[in-house]
Design a protein around this ligand. Sequence first.
Ligand code: NI
Length: 167
Amino acid sequence: MAIRDILYYPDPRLRNRAQPVDSVDDEVRRLLDDMLETMYAAPGIGLAAIQVNVPKRAVTIDISEHSDQPLCLVNPEILEVTGSVETEEGCLSVPGIYESVERADWIRARALDRDGQAFEFEAEGLLAVCVQHEIDHLDGKLFVDHLSQLKRQRIRKKAHKQQRQEM
Ligand code: NI
Protein backbone atom coordinates (compact mmCIF):
# COMPACT_ATOMS: atom_id res chain seq x y z
CA MET A 1 0.00 0.00 0.00
CA ALA A 2 1.10 3.55 -0.55
CA ILE A 3 -0.04 7.02 0.28
CA ARG A 4 -0.90 8.94 -2.88
CA ASP A 5 -0.78 12.70 -3.46
CA ILE A 6 -4.12 14.46 -3.08
CA LEU A 7 -5.15 17.12 -5.60
CA TYR A 8 -6.22 20.43 -4.13
CA TYR A 9 -8.97 22.80 -5.20
CA PRO A 10 -8.97 24.60 -7.62
CA ASP A 11 -6.90 21.98 -9.52
CA PRO A 12 -8.77 21.52 -12.84
CA ARG A 13 -8.19 17.74 -12.72
CA LEU A 14 -10.76 17.61 -9.91
CA ARG A 15 -13.28 18.62 -12.58
CA ASN A 16 -12.74 15.50 -14.69
CA ARG A 17 -15.64 13.10 -14.93
CA ALA A 18 -14.54 9.70 -13.67
CA GLN A 19 -15.02 6.68 -15.93
CA PRO A 20 -16.74 3.45 -14.85
CA VAL A 21 -14.48 0.61 -13.75
CA ASP A 22 -14.70 -2.28 -16.25
CA SER A 23 -13.66 -5.00 -13.87
CA VAL A 24 -12.52 -4.98 -10.28
CA ASP A 25 -9.07 -6.50 -10.80
CA ASP A 26 -5.86 -6.41 -8.76
CA GLU A 27 -5.01 -2.95 -10.06
CA VAL A 28 -8.34 -1.58 -8.84
CA ARG A 29 -7.91 -3.34 -5.49
CA ARG A 30 -4.44 -1.79 -5.18
CA LEU A 31 -5.98 1.61 -5.94
CA LEU A 32 -8.66 1.06 -3.24
CA ASP A 33 -6.02 -0.02 -0.71
CA ASP A 34 -3.91 3.05 -1.48
CA MET A 35 -6.99 5.26 -1.21
CA LEU A 36 -7.83 3.83 2.22
CA GLU A 37 -4.27 4.38 3.41
CA THR A 38 -4.25 7.92 2.00
CA MET A 39 -7.66 8.67 3.56
CA TYR A 40 -6.70 7.33 7.01
CA ALA A 41 -3.36 9.17 6.95
CA ALA A 42 -4.95 12.52 6.01
CA PRO A 43 -7.09 11.87 8.14
CA GLY A 44 -10.46 11.90 6.41
CA ILE A 45 -13.69 9.91 6.26
CA GLY A 46 -14.08 9.73 2.49
CA LEU A 47 -11.99 9.82 -0.65
CA ALA A 48 -12.76 9.54 -4.36
CA ALA A 49 -10.16 8.18 -6.81
CA ILE A 50 -10.30 11.43 -8.78
CA GLN A 51 -8.81 13.18 -5.72
CA VAL A 52 -5.63 11.12 -6.18
CA ASN A 53 -5.73 11.86 -9.91
CA VAL A 54 -7.23 8.54 -11.02
CA PRO A 55 -10.39 9.34 -13.01
CA LYS A 56 -12.15 6.07 -12.19
CA ARG A 57 -15.44 5.60 -10.37
CA ALA A 58 -14.06 4.34 -7.07
CA VAL A 59 -14.69 5.64 -3.56
CA THR A 60 -13.52 4.77 -0.05
CA ILE A 61 -15.42 5.76 3.08
CA ASP A 62 -15.03 5.06 6.78
CA ILE A 63 -17.15 7.02 9.24
CA SER A 64 -16.56 4.62 12.15
CA GLU A 65 -15.17 6.03 15.37
CA HIS A 66 -12.06 3.84 15.28
CA SER A 67 -11.50 3.92 11.52
CA ASP A 68 -11.90 0.16 11.30
CA GLN A 69 -14.96 -0.19 9.07
CA PRO A 70 -13.76 0.61 5.55
CA LEU A 71 -16.32 0.78 2.81
CA CYS A 72 -15.18 0.44 -0.81
CA LEU A 73 -17.62 1.50 -3.51
CA VAL A 74 -16.88 0.87 -7.17
CA ASN A 75 -19.24 2.37 -9.77
CA PRO A 76 -21.59 3.62 -7.04
CA GLU A 77 -25.04 4.80 -8.07
CA ILE A 78 -27.77 6.41 -6.02
CA LEU A 79 -31.14 4.80 -6.67
CA GLU A 80 -33.44 6.67 -4.32
CA VAL A 81 -33.24 9.63 -1.95
CA THR A 82 -35.54 11.12 0.67
CA GLY A 83 -35.49 13.90 3.22
CA SER A 84 -32.98 16.65 3.61
CA VAL A 85 -30.30 17.48 6.12
CA GLU A 86 -27.77 20.28 6.50
CA THR A 87 -24.29 19.15 7.48
CA GLU A 88 -21.05 20.99 8.00
CA GLU A 89 -18.89 19.45 5.26
CA GLY A 90 -15.21 19.49 4.57
CA CYS A 91 -13.09 17.85 1.90
CA LEU A 92 -9.50 16.60 1.76
CA SER A 93 -9.13 18.53 -1.51
CA VAL A 94 -10.33 21.78 0.09
CA PRO A 95 -8.31 21.80 3.33
CA GLY A 96 -9.36 24.04 6.19
CA ILE A 97 -12.78 24.88 4.75
CA TYR A 98 -15.99 23.73 6.43
CA GLU A 99 -19.37 24.89 5.20
CA SER A 100 -22.95 23.83 5.64
CA VAL A 101 -24.40 21.90 2.69
CA GLU A 102 -27.92 20.59 2.23
CA ARG A 103 -28.31 17.03 0.92
CA ALA A 104 -30.70 14.10 1.10
CA ASP A 105 -30.91 12.57 4.56
CA TRP A 106 -31.51 9.00 3.36
CA ILE A 107 -30.34 7.16 0.27
CA ARG A 108 -30.56 3.75 -1.32
CA ALA A 109 -27.59 2.99 -3.53
CA ARG A 110 -25.79 0.21 -5.32
CA ALA A 111 -22.14 -0.43 -6.04
CA LEU A 112 -19.57 -3.14 -6.58
CA ASP A 113 -17.47 -4.12 -3.59
CA ARG A 114 -13.71 -4.81 -3.41
CA ASP A 115 -14.32 -8.26 -4.89
CA GLY A 116 -16.42 -6.93 -7.74
CA GLN A 117 -19.68 -8.21 -6.21
CA ALA A 118 -22.73 -6.02 -6.73
CA PHE A 119 -24.56 -4.98 -3.59
CA GLU A 120 -27.31 -2.60 -2.56
CA PHE A 121 -27.37 -0.60 0.63
CA GLU A 122 -29.31 2.04 2.49
CA ALA A 123 -27.67 4.85 4.42
CA GLU A 124 -28.84 7.77 6.49
CA GLY A 125 -27.33 10.79 8.20
CA LEU A 126 -23.56 11.19 7.96
CA LEU A 127 -23.02 8.07 5.83
CA ALA A 128 -25.71 9.18 3.36
CA VAL A 129 -24.11 12.63 3.17
CA CYS A 130 -20.66 11.13 2.70
CA VAL A 131 -21.76 8.85 -0.16
CA GLN A 132 -23.41 11.81 -1.93
CA HIS A 133 -20.29 13.97 -1.43
CA GLU A 134 -18.02 11.27 -2.89
CA ILE A 135 -20.29 10.51 -5.85
CA ASP A 136 -20.27 14.25 -6.59
CA HIS A 137 -16.46 13.98 -6.91
CA LEU A 138 -16.87 11.26 -9.55
CA ASP A 139 -18.89 13.74 -11.60
CA GLY A 140 -16.27 16.46 -11.22
CA LYS A 141 -18.26 18.26 -8.57
CA LEU A 142 -17.04 19.62 -5.23
CA PHE A 143 -18.98 20.50 -2.09
CA VAL A 144 -18.14 24.17 -2.63
CA ASP A 145 -20.28 24.03 -5.80
CA HIS A 146 -23.30 23.77 -3.49
CA LEU A 147 -22.42 27.13 -1.89
CA SER A 148 -23.25 30.65 -3.03
CA GLN A 149 -20.98 32.25 -5.62
CA LEU A 150 -19.77 34.76 -3.06
CA LYS A 151 -18.69 32.04 -0.63
CA ARG A 152 -17.05 30.10 -3.47
CA GLN A 153 -15.01 33.14 -4.54
CA ARG A 154 -13.86 33.66 -0.99
CA ILE A 155 -12.76 30.01 -0.72
CA ARG A 156 -10.96 30.13 -4.08
CA LYS A 157 -8.99 33.18 -2.97
CA LYS A 158 -8.08 31.50 0.30
CA ALA A 159 -6.98 28.33 -1.58
CA HIS A 160 -4.73 30.33 -3.92
CA LYS A 161 -3.19 32.11 -0.96
CA GLN A 162 -2.51 28.81 0.85
CA GLN A 163 -0.87 27.32 -2.24
CA ARG A 164 1.40 30.33 -2.63
CA GLN A 165 2.46 29.97 0.97
CA GLU A 166 3.27 26.29 0.46
CA MET A 167 5.53 26.96 -2.54
NI1 NI B 1 -14.34 15.59 -0.86
